[in-house]
Design a protein around this ligand. Structure first.
Ligand code: BLA
Length: 316
C-alpha cells in the first residue's frame, strides 16, 4: 500500500527502505510538522487578524546546500503579536519544527515555544509557554499565568517523562508546565505530541486574548528588555545551530538565527550577551563558546505537582 510509505516515513532513505521491508509494516506513518503549523495558524486567525510579515519574502527561498529536502518558513504579525514565525525542515534524515510566537511588548504574556527535532530513532522536544518574567521568584507573575495551567502540565508530564539534564540556564526560560522530553519515534507518541501542541496553543491564545494592553511605559520597557534577553539567549545558544550550519552553511545559518528565528535581537535592545549573562564571560573577556558555563543539571523535573520549583543554585 504505497500511501502508507511516504517519503517522510520516519526519514528512512529509499535504499534502506528497500532493505528493511520487513520493518516497514511497523512504520506505516509519516512525520510532518506541517499540520501543527496549519492548526496554529487556523486557530490564531479565529482570534485575531494575521498580517504577512516582511520577513517572509526575505527568507522564502532557503534550501539545503545539498539540494536534498525542504526548508519552509512562515511569518506573520498581528495586533498583539510582534512576530509569529515557523521553520520546518524536512530532509531524508530529520524533521524539525521551530515555532515561536512573540507577543508585542505591551503584553507580558508568555512566549509560545515549540521546538521538535525528529530523526528515524529519536525525538528531542521542548513545548512550553516560555515565561517572559521570572516564575521562580516572582510569585505574582507565576500565578497570573500558570496557576490555572498546572493540571494541563501534569497531564502531559505523565505522558512525556522529563528529558534529563539540560543546559542549566535554560530552566529559567521554562515554565512550570514545560514539556521537555526525549522519546523513541512512534506513531502514538507523535499523535500525543500533536494533542499537546494543540492544547498548549489553545491555552496560550486564550491568555493573549484576555491580556490587557499595558500603558505604563516603565512596564512596557521591562517587557521589552525581557524579550530582548530571551532573543539574545536563543540567538547565541540555540542547540539547533550546529544542524542549521551543516544544512545551509555558517553565514546563512547566522542570518537565519538573527534575522528570522530571533528577529529583534539586533534592534529591540542594546545590551549584549555578556551584559545579560555575565557569568559566561571568561577571564580574557571572550564569550565562552561552551553550551553552558555552569554545565547541565536538572536530571529530574524540578517542578512539583503544585508547580513549585524544587531546584537550587539558580543564577539570578
Ligand atoms: C537539544 N534543544 C536541545 C536541548 C534543549 C533544547 C534544552 C538539550 C540540550 C541542552 O540542554 O542544551 C531546546 N533550549 C531549548 C529551547 C530553549 C532552550 C527551546 O533554552 C528555549 C529557551 N532544536 C531546534 C532546532 C534544531 C534542534 C531548530 O530547536 C535543529 C535545527 C536540534 N536540539 C537539537 C539537537 C539537540 C537539541 C540536535 C541535541 C544536541 C545537544 O544536546 O546539544
Amino acid at each position: 500500500n504505497s500511501c502508507c510509505v511516504s517519503t517522510r516515513d520516519w526519514s528512512i532513505s529509499s535504499k534502506k527502505r528497500a532493505t528493511t521491508l520487513s520493518s516497514i509494516s511497523t512504520r506505516t506513518f509519516s512525520v510532518s510538522y506541517r499540520k501543527f503549523v496549519d492548526f496554529a495558524l487556523d486557530e490564531t486567525t479565529s482570534h485575531t487578524h494575521l498580517f504577512s510579515s516582511p520577513l517572509q519574502e526575505k527568507y522564502n527561498s532557503l534550501e539545503p546546500k545539498d539540494g536534498k529536502g525542504e526548508i519552509s518558513i512562515q511569518s506573520f504579525e498581528a495586533a498583539e503579536i510582534r512576530l509569529l514565525r515557523s521553520l520546518i525542515i524536512e530532509t531524508e534524515t530529520m524533521q524539525v519544527l521551530d515555532f515561536t510566537v512573540f507577543p508585542r511588548a505591551e503584553y507580558d504574556v508568555p512566549i509560545f515555544c515549540a521546538n521538535f527535532f525528529t530523526t528515524a530513532r529519536t525525538n528531542i522536544v521542548v513545548l512550553d509557554l516560555n515565561p517572559l518574567h521570572d516564575v521562580i521568584n516572582q510569585r505574582h507573575y507565576k500565578e497570573k499565568y500558570f496557576k490555572s495551567l498546572i493540571p494541563l502540565g501534569l497531564k502531559y508530564a505523565e505522558l512525556f517523562p522529563w528529558g534529563g539534564k539540560l543546559t542549566s540556564e535554560s530552566i529559567k526560560f521554562f515554565s512550570p508546565i514545560v514539556i521537555w522530553t526525549k522519546f523513541n519515534s512512534s506513531a502514538e507518541k507523535y499523535e500525543i505530541l500533536y494533542s499537546a501542541f494543540k492544547d498548549y496553543y489553545k491555552v496560550w491564545l486564550e491568555l493573549v486574548s484576555k491580556a490587557v494592553k499595558e500603558t505604563d511605559e516603565s512596564q512596557i520597557s521591562r517587557n521589552l528588555e525581557a524579550q530582548h534577553r530571551y532573543l539574545v539567549w536563543r540567538a547565541e545558544k540555540d542547540p539547533g545551530q550546529g544542524v542549521l550550519k551543516k544544512l545551509i552553511g555558517e553565514t546563512l545559518a547566522k542570518d537565519l538565527l538573527r534575522g528570522f528565528l530571533f528577529n529583534g535581537v539586533d534592534v529591540l535592545g542594546s545590551k549584549t550577551f555578556n551584559d545579560y549573562f555575565p557569568h559566561y564571560c571568561s577571564k580574557d573577556g571572550d564569550l565562552n563558546n561552551k553550551g553552558s558555563i555552569i554545565g547541565k543539571s536538572f536530571e529530574n523535573r524540578p517542578w512539583d505537582e503544585r508547580g513549585e520549583f524544587l531546584g537550587e543554585g539558580i543564577i539570578p
